[in-house]
Every structure is written in structure tokens, then in C-alpha cells.
Design a protein around this ligand. Sequence first.
Ligand code: NDP
Length: 488
Amino acid sequence: MASAAPAQEAMLAVRNPRTGEADFRLAVSSPSQVAEKAARLRENQKAWAAQPLQARMGVMARWLGEVKARARDIGEQDAIDTGGCHTSYIQGFITLANIGGWIEDAPKALGNYEVHTRSAVMPDVEIRSQLVPYSLVGVISPWNAPLMLALLDAVPALFAGSAVLLKPSEVTPRVIETVFETVRAVPELAAVFDYVTGPGEIGQAVIDQADLVCFTGSVPTGRKVAVACAERLIPCFLELGGKDPAIVTETADLERAATSVLRGAVYATGQVCYSTERVYVHESVHDAFVEKLVEKARAVRLNADNPRAGHIGPFTFAPQAEIVKRHLEDATAKGAKVLTGGEVEAIDGGLYMRPTVLTGVTHDMTIMQDETFGPCVPVMAYSDIDEAVRLANDTQFGLTASVLAGSEEEALAIGRRINAGAVFLQDTFLTFGKMRSIGTHSFGFSGLGGSRTGLESILRFVRRKALMTQHGAVADIQDDHHLGKPGA
Ligand code: NDP
């Protein structure tokens, strides 16, 4: 009898954002391959978790060395995936900071979470804690900042003692393979850290195998992930979109405010979850602010000729250009005025948009409600701070916000009233500063679950178990004080 032909591996064509050509072929994992990898990781995780943290740190330090040696290549691959965003070229170094930072901070974070004490209500009972990592953490990451967002949760999970199965976006898969070349150079790490490829169904297959899921992406997909995790009764941490406001007061330094707002809105072509997506300016300085903003916006250069020159690159994900176009069409149909940019420009196969400043916008426009994820800066006038705060909080999101005022005190007072996980005062785009310094919780649809920043972010991956010893006499079944003798 003839033997069956080997099953054909499914392949996905991946578009290059600068040329528009499908110049990369991605082998798509099958659900059975996901299950096989998950089983292997889960088995290897037992030894990974059993060793002391110091031993895991040694393995991670060796990985750090491998990443260091390839940091430049990693940056180049990330740049091809995204189309040449400025931060792409430093992704290798950001990865180093992530791993190196946890080598320093994991012992503090996990150590602080350990407990060895006497019970407050049963004084004869001694309590010790044991931190038990979740066996298999599934990480599902998006196409913007493909490397950083793949590793932000994966690295602390590994330090905590979990194994990690990653499903990166099918839109930007190149950089992940380069990073896994560094992982495979450290066999103890490769035993507990792997990835699978493919579209959303493969993300679903990861959820089917994982004990805990970290998802970064859009609200609609986040909702599906939350439902799938609820079906399995496993924890999930969701980092979703934003519609981040900036408030510019009448006392603000307008030059500084325009510089900061422009960068916050159009950096990386606006394809950042914490991009400034809407701007509220006091009516008395609205026109002067807009004039400065437009002047600065016109000076921004596309990097179409050279990814290392210019300021902003193409849309990483071609359909995103259509979404941005739809938001602009809706806004102009309802009376908004586009002062700069506003067109999707096809250059050598890449899709670009210059910084697009709009005025005359209102909250019944999609561009003021839904995440645009493009280089758009819609500006709206307000008459008093109460109105500005009301408008800033009129959103289903609450990721970040910015306030630019005449003094820190003034900005702080306004910032305290805004519903967002992080509020940047006297600047925009400060999220990076949070990293291991402070844990935060987003509002609305922007985030769900524990913080992914701050030292406590690593604690998402461990369960704390109590080991309780009775040092006193055991209580008799007849004893009224079977809960112990308070004060005895
Ligand atoms: P998506 O929600 O479309 O996709 C995110 C990931 O989920 C991708 O890997 C995707 O795979 C996968 N996926 C798709 N469907 C499913 C499913 N049914 N089950 C499991 N996984 C699935 O997000 P984008 O990639 O478009 O990323 C952009 C979004 O990410 C924006 O909304 C942005 O704001 C948000 N984001 C949030 C951040 C935060 O920290 N809050 C940071 C950065 C981005 P595939 O791509 O292969 O289809």
C-alpha cells in the first residue's frame, strides 16, 4: 500500500510595508503543532521552576549576552517588519534593558512577595509562603512594536518560573525568528520558551493550551480572548487600545506644547497604543497653538527614501491606512477641516500619510471616539477646564493622557481628574518611563487585569500558596475555641 504523502505545510505571504511586496513566507503552525510545543514546554517547565531564581537568572544572563551580540540584526529585522520606525533600530537594546532590568529586579519583586510570619488570628500557627508559577503562559502580541510587545510579558514570566508560548502577529513575523535564534543558543531557555506562527486561529490554539494568557491588541480581539479564557477559567491580562487625549491650557508654553503634542501624535506614524489621538486647547490660545502645530507638522519628513532618515515611515499594516482614511472622511463629512496631510500616499509600494492636523472636530466624529492609529492630530477648543476634563474623559478608553499647562501644579491638578492609567504632565509619550518603576491600571477598555509595569508585574505569573504549621495543641472536636485562643 502506498504511504500517504506528507501534509503540506501551510504558508502565509507577508507583505513588506515599504515595498508592498509579499517578500516573506511564513510557515503557519497547525493546532496540533501548538499542542505538541505546549506539551514539551509544560514538561520542561517543571525543572525550570524547581531551580532557584539565581539559576534562572544565570540562564537569562547568558541569553542577554546572545541578544547583545545580535542587537543590531534584531533592530534591522524589526525595521523591515514595521517599515522603518525609528524605535525599530533600538529594539535590540530595549530587549537588553528588559532582560537586564529583570535580572536586577526579579529578586526584589519576588522576595518582597514572600511571607514568613505568625498568624494574626491563630498565634500558634506559623505561615510560610511558596510562590508557584503558572506552568504555561501564552503571550499573544500585535504588529506594532512587534518585538517589544512580544517580550514585555514573556521576559518576567520566564523569570517567575513559567514556560512561555508566544504567538506574534502574522503581519510582523521576521524579527521574532531572529530573536529565537538567540534563544536557541541557550538550550535551557529554549526548553521553556518557544513560539508558534499564524493568524488568529493559532492565537486561539495557544489559549486552548495555556494556563494564563497575556494579550496585547485591539478591543474586538481582546473581547474574543477574554471570552475564550473565561470558557477555560484561566486568568487573562489584556492590554488594549487607547484614544489618548492631550489638554493644552491657556497658560501653557505653546511652543513646547506644539512640539510635544506633534511628537506624541505622529511618532511611528501614530501606530502606538499611547499615541496622542485628540487634543483639547483653550479657546483663547487655540488658533495660535494650531498655527505652531501646523508649521511643525509641515516640517516632518517621510522616510520613504531612506528608512534611517526622515521622521515617519509607512503604515506597517496596509489595512490600517484604510481605517485612517475612513476616520478622516467621516470627520470632513461632518464639518472638520484638514489643515495638513490627510492623504494616503503610495510611494514605491509603501503607504504613507503626512502629519494630519484637523480642526472643527466634535465628539460625534469617529476620529474623536475610535482609535485611529495614524498620524492624525484632531484639535478641539474648550472654554474652561471642567469642559476640557469632561471631553478628555468622554471615551470608552483610558490608557494614557497628557496635560500641558503653565506650571506643574496646574497640570497636576488637571491630571488628577483624568481617567487614565498614566497621565503625562508637561509632555506626552512618557509611558516608557514607567517600566519597572510603577504598576498602573488602565481605565475603561484599555486594560484588564494586573499591571504589566512596575515590580508587581512579575507577580501576575505566580500563585502564592500558604504552608501553615500548628505549633500549639491541636483542638479537640468539642473545643469551643477550635479556631485558636485569641490572646492566649
Ligand atoms: P489585533 O487585536 O488584531 O491582534 C493582536 C494579536 O491577536 C495578533 O497576534 C493576532 O493575530 C491575534 N489574534 C487575532 N484574532 C485572535 C483570536 N480570535 N484569538 C487569539 N488571538 C487572535 O491587534 P493588532 O495586531 O491590530 O494591534 C493593534 C492594536 O493593539 C491596537 O488597538 C493597539 O492600541 C493595541 N495595542 C495596545 C497596547 C497596550 O499596551 N495597551 C500596546 C500596543 C498595541 P494576527 O495578527 O496574526 O491576526
